[in-house]
Write a protein of this length. Sequence first.
Length: 569
Amino acid sequence: MRKQLLTMFLACSMIGIQAKDGVSIRRNQVGYHPQQEKVIVIEGMNPSGKLRVTTPNGQVLKPKVTRKAVSPFSGKTRYLVHLDQLSSVGNYQVSVGGQQCEIRVNNQPYHDIATAALRLFYLIRSGVPIERGGIYNRPLGHPDTHVLIHPSAASPLRPTGSVISSPYGWYDAGDYNKYVVNSAFSIGLMFAAYEQQRNYFANLSTDIPESPNQTPDLLDEIMFNLRWLITMQDPYDGGVYHKLTTPNFEAFIMPTDCQQTRYVVAKSVTATLDFAAVMADAARLFESYQADYPGFASQAAAMAERAYMWAKEHPEAYYRQEQLADPAITTGTYGDNNASDEFFWAASALYRLTGRRQYLDDARQHQPTRFTTPSWGNVASLGAFEWLADTKDEKLHEQMHQQLIAYCDMAIKDVGTSSFQSPFGNKAQDFGWGCLAENCCCQAFLLLYADQLTGTTKYRRYALQDADYLLGRNATGYCFVTGFGDKSPMNPHHRISAADDIAAPFPGMLVGGPNPGQQDKGDGSLVYPSNYPDESYLDEMPSYASNEIAINWNASLVAFLCWLDAIID
């Protein structure tokens, strides 16, 4: 109830301001670096001659409109203003048409939000009490030491109803289940960021229980999830169960109140290959941290190879949830009927680990023909990162390099005519389920990767523009990360945040974002403010289509914002 009252108050406050004259100022609400491009977007009036910017020392600036843009979706006219002259640290007041806002300029604008994005993974740990979360502390929930083998997962040595222990890991999204496909993808994306910014992550502290050890906090957090993943491999044949789940989603209650039986279900080729890939990479990346995790690297390498062998023997073992019974399973599917991209990623990671020709041949057989943004359903780019980071095979390295640059050049070509001065958000297909992660953060991550490869800063400007969009310079006026900005989501589709009786949701969560599919409208109880693709967002808890959170989405936020934090100085 407190959350609902606070949200209503904020909504009424904003409606009152907007009703004054219909003018709005869209800008990055978190902050800018002194040397960063700074653009604001004015909607509702032509601000020429009326725009005022007051500097920290009281000087009044009168910037001019740079250009105007017409939305390809709504037809709204917007006016873009460059404020690059705001190059000193401080807070600047912007006013136009009765509207006011603040522009914050500081030397580390992304540090707090990047750290919160990573720390979110600690707050959503399963199977342990949360004791370093401040007001978000909670007792142990879902110990998962008594998990049943579902009939779909049964084997001669693990028959239906057998009990296994499968603790730890991260809650996947707004729900309390744990899914191998999405967990592995999230790890893989953060591994890719770690490999390119090792020094940064070596010095980044997130105040987790493992922080005092010698391993970077990012890897410590990933290890918490790897400890769960290890339990999802059948020790007798090497196959990997698709997920650990209840038959149905739990209600919006706290973990300690959940009563449903939990199962591991059906081994799948996609889960097994994703597992093989992350275990191969983990074997490499944890080799230097034997003091904290003795024996893990060799264990992970062996498990990766066993998983790959199982996948080669079961290439058609796709996850078919509709076939599961006794009990039926209705939770998230993470279904995928094409494992070519998973084979490419796993073979690439295993070749990098072992140097064996078999894996190189398999990677070449499954290599993609173009670069795509990474997602749990298409992990080809995670395989490409293996070759971009390692030149063991110069031909594959060069092919992936060329594909990445071609993708980035295409992504930035329309910025000059865009409504919000950003690569993301200019096409209707940019929007949809999880678009802020897969199409915005991951796009920006690829732009930063291209800069790293080319040794230039050509693409950094555009990655920063995507950050501006994400953090408030967009059609909704939301900073889409909880706990940051002046207007951020208060009611994400997240069970703990809804049930913990704390007004503010966990900080650092990225919501899915505008989704014109509006798959959650159902009986009409949810009413979106707009059907326009870039305005189709609703900050209400039941809106799982636009306002849910998920580990893969936060992994993209971590990969993107931590990289920005590392290079913006």
